[in-house]
Ligand binder design. Structure first.
Ligand SMILES: Cc1cc2nc3c(=O)[nH]c(=O)nc-3n(C[C@H](O)[C@H](O)[C@H](O)COP(=O)(O)O)c2cc1C
Length: 316
């Protein structure tokens, strides 16, 4: 069995984490991942605290296994969401979009494990010092908000810079990705895009279908000109967005243009006007499957690869 320090830390069976995803990391997906032996994570985005509480309680009704909550540090409700997470005694917190150092002590006092998502070695080091239990090193292949370094470059450098377990994210979609992450020194993987194309994910079928049809170069990065880089599938919206950026639009103008587009794309399935967050790994995903199958196939494939690696050597 493929067990690592991440499994021991969180009390899970497989070193596979479903990254927090705005609108999509709901009780349905989160409980399915945790019930299948991974770690599901509720995506809170800019959601109101009571919605977060409801999702935590629904998830608890569906699974007795550990699960987490992803807190978006830029959310207008960040403080209230943190109170809800503390009150509801969630097992694990991950954070996106910023530096969560100031919040870590309160989580630790409450016995909640903290695993920030970072895109740089410097932030990984700072957050280990601030008390993080593990780190997700997320490469720029990922769907959603991204940094500047690829997973294969970032992960080993983070591994060499901290003592806490590291989880690799970005561009992982099957057992080959899991085996690679372990070879880079990570103790597990976090996936987003692969889990969007699961039966249990509430994403709109047209958006899932667009991921299935994607090729290796189907994503683009918007918002780079204003320091808010987001990777999504190319469509009418991204073309208009990039044109606006070329004309020198300000952050405020772009925010206004982008308002409401995520819900429109991910949940309402408007594949032209909506934003369709996706990683570059979309090109590899060809089938919508149950979460349990995704996880079990991935573990079996990684185990087989690791066991057979020596057979790929040629004789001297
Ligand atoms: C649709 C979608 C929504 C996401 N929303 C969030 C989010 O709200 N917070 C966050 O920290 N990361 C978010 N992410 C990033 C994922 O948690 C995960 O780290 C990333 O998808 C890994 O890369 P991959 O897409 O190549 O698997 C999102 C990713 C996707 C595809």
């Amino acid at each position: 069995m493929l067990k690592t320090a991440i499994c021991d830390l969180f009390g899970i069976e497989h070193p596979i984490i479903q990254g927090g995803m705005v609108y999509l990391g709901t009780a349905e997906l989160v409980s399915a991942v945790s019930n299948a032996g991974g770690l599901g994570i509720i995506g809170t985005g800019n959601s109101e605290p009571e919605w977060v509480r409801q999702q935590i309680r629904l998830t608890k009704q569906r699974t007795s296994k550990p699960f987490g909550v992803n807190i978006m540090l830029m959310s207008p409700f960040v403080r209230e969401v943190i109170e809800v997470v503390l009150e509801e005694e969630v097992a694990v917190v991950t954070t996106g979009a910023g530096n969560p150092a100031v919040y870590i002590p309160r989580f630790k006092q409450a016995g909640i494990k903290v695993m920030p998502v970072v895109a740089s070695v410097a932030l990984a080091i700072r957050l280990e010092q601030a008390g993080a239990d593990a780190i997700v090193a997320e490469g720029m292949e990922s769907g959603g908000e991204i940094g500047e370094t690829t997973t294969i470059v970032l992960v080993p450098q983070v591994v060499d810079s901290v003592r806490i377990p590291v989880v690799a994210a970005g561009g992982i979609g099957d057992g080959r990705g899991l085996a690679t992450a372990l070879a880079l020194g990570a103790q597990g993987v976090q996936m987003g895009t692969r889990f969007v194309c699961s039966d249990e994910c509430i994403a709109h079928p047209r958006y899932k279908e667009k991921i299935l049809k994607a090729a290796d170069r189907s994503t683009v990065v918007t918002g780079q000109s204003v320091g808010n880089a987001m990777r999504c599938l190319q469509n009418k919206l991204t073309r208009q967005f990039l044109e606006l950026e070329e004309t020198g639009a300000t952050r405020e103008e772009l925010d206004l243009f982008g308002r409401g587009r995520l819900y429109l794309g991910l949940i309402e399935g408007d594949i032209d006007e909506g934003s369709l967050l996706s990683g570059q790994i979309a090109g590899l995903i060809k089938e919508i499957k149950p979460v349990r199958v995704i996880i079990e196939e991935m573990v079996a494939e990684a185990e087989a690869i690791i066991a057979n690696l020596k057979n790929s050597y040629t004789e001297d």
